[in-house]
Design a protein around this ligand. Sequence first.
Ligand code: ZN
Length: 87
Amino acid sequence: MSAYIHIHAPAITHSVFTAECCPDCQRPEPAMVREFTDGYNDPEVICLCCGESWSGGYLWPKPFERGWRQRRIAQVIAAFNAERGIM
Ligand SMILES: [Zn+2]
């Protein structure tokens, strides 16, 4: 018997830097907004001050590990630079 697992992971159409009111920082902070190709998912917003991310008004789960906020911010900035061919 075989089983199939379908993981829905739409591609990101584009990312923009903006300022969003972060639910963790409780004030407007620099943030990156990522929009997806499928049109069903709300844009993902990542705070570049604390690394918190949310979508559609709901916070995304946080990893249970040390230093995840700094790594998350670095990953987001690296992905933004790679998208634009900046090294
Ligand atoms: Zn924040």
